[in-house]
Design a binder for this molecule. Structure first.
Ligand SMILES: CC(C)(COP(=O)(O)OP(=O)(O)OC[C@H]1O[C@@H](n2cnc3c(N)ncnc32)[C@H](O)[C@@H]1OP(=O)(O)O)[C@@H](O)C(=O)NCCC(=O)NCCS
Length: 173
């Protein structure tokens, strides 16, 4: 198993490679809010799975205060999530996010309905890009490699490799 330090280093290297505005791996690890948010989320998710939901929520809310990124402890997040800028991102309890997903600020992966113990939030595949201000609502599925335009409101499934823009989001290619 890879050590937490190596995983952190790889995460920093990934962000450095993805963001032309990032000047070093050091900068990525220590100054990018997503890194802090994800370290907190891994811990919060661990406690959530063990049934310590209040402690989990405490960790995630503290992280939200520090980073502006709110990830519910129940959300399942893959490797190398890159939330650029961070501020205003909300990821709900039953959301699932794949690997190498790139999300900009003010994105919501939100729920519809208020039934407990039911999937209410989106599932996002691998290598998806979600533009700033986009809102994805309900238990919809965003396929691998899809792109969601800035400020889009997505209310239905988007197939793999498609680009969706607008309100409500429509596929443009
Ligand atoms: C959706 C997006 C990924 C599409 O990129 P792309 O694959 O290169 O597609 P194009 O730019 O060729 O756009 C395809 C069509 O969608 C339209 N479009 C693109 N983004 C749009 C948006 N956010 N809202 C509405 N229409 C949009 C284009 O005008 C174009 O329409 P046309 O075919 O009638 O000319 C990109 O436009 C986007 O929104 N990226 C998010 C970037 C971001 O949030 N940056 C924040 C940095 S701080």
């Amino acid at each position: 198993m890879t050590s937490p330090f190596k995983r952190l280093r790889d995460y920093g290297r990934y962000i450095y490679a993805m963001d032309p505005a990032c000047k070093s791996t050091f900068e990525a690890i220590f100054l990018y809010p997503v890194v802090r948010a994800m370290v907190s989320h891994r811990l919060a998710h661990y406690f959530y799975k063990k049934g310590h939901t209040t402690l989990a929520r405490f960790i995630s809310q503290r992280s939200r205060k520090k980073t502006g990124i709110e990830i519910h402890p129940g959300a399942e997040i893959g490797h190398f999530l890159f939330i650029d800028h961070g501020m205003g991102v909300v990821i709900g309890e039953t959301a699932q996010v794949g690997d190498r997903v790139h999300i900009y600020h003010n994105v919501t992966l939100g729920g519809t309905g208020n039934e407990k113990n039911k999937k209410r939030h989106p599932s996002v595949g691998n290598d998806v890009i979600i533009g700033t201000g986009a809102t994805v609502l309900g238990p919809v599925h965003i396929g691998d490699g899809a792109k969601i335009g800035a400020n889009a409101v997505v209310l239905q499934d988007i197939g793999p490799g498609h680009t969706a823009v607008g309100i409500p989001a429509k596929i443009v290619h």
